[in-house]
Design a protein around this ligand. Structure first.
Ligand SMILES: Cc1cc2nc3c(=O)[nH]c(=O)nc-3n(C[C@H](O)[C@H](O)[C@H](O)COP(=O)(O)O)c2cc1C
Length: 139
């Protein structure tokens, strides 16, 4: 089964986790990048709360070519960042998807929102996890 790890990272924590996971799963990896990096506070947070999607650059791996996708994302204001909503909007139909949401608190409001979006795209949500990722200085 071919697996692709797809991640978005603003300050680097999720990138580290994604690289580690891809190595463990022997999976390919690709990064979601904003077309134009805007301020996370407050613009990004407001867009995240409203469930807005921001345009993302073309991925350097095609998710359609994989059986299973693992999406790693930070939490912004309790929700997926707008770039990750941009990714959700272009998911290919019929994929098995696991989602891992990193946050400082390890909790979010968005499990149901993510489930709904994945289902709407005709994909199967195999797993959803909220993961607490302490800041580097917090150890
Ligand atoms: C704009 C912004 C909003 C955030 N909102 C939350 C939040 O609502 N709850 C939380 O626990 N952590 C929040 N965080 C912390 C991040 O989710 C957490 O540090 C994550 O691991 C960062 O991932 P990254 O380094 O890959 O960007 C926020 C961080 C940013 C930059």
């Amino acid at each position: 089964m071919k697996t692709l790890v797809i991640y978005y990272s603003y300050t680097g924590h999720t990138k580290e986790a994604a690289i580690e996971l891809a190595a463990k799963e022997a999976a390919d990896i690709t990064e979601v990048k904003d077309v134009r990096r805007k301020k996370a506070f407050p613009l990004g947070c407001l867009a995240a709360i409203r469930g807005k999607a921001w345009p993302i650059q073309a991925l350097d791996k095609d998710p359609a070519a994989y059986d299973r996708l693992i999406i790693l994302s930070p939490i912004w204001a309790g929700n997926p960042p707008p770039a990750v909503n941009g990714l959700f909007a272009q998911l290919p139909k019929g994929k098995k998807i696991s989602v891992k949401m990193n946050s400082a608190g390890g909790q979010s409001n968005c499990r149901e929102r993510v489930k709904k979006v994945i289902k709407l795209k005709g994909c199967v949500l195999e797993g959803y996890e909220d993961i607490r990722v302490p800041g580097k200085d917090a150890g």
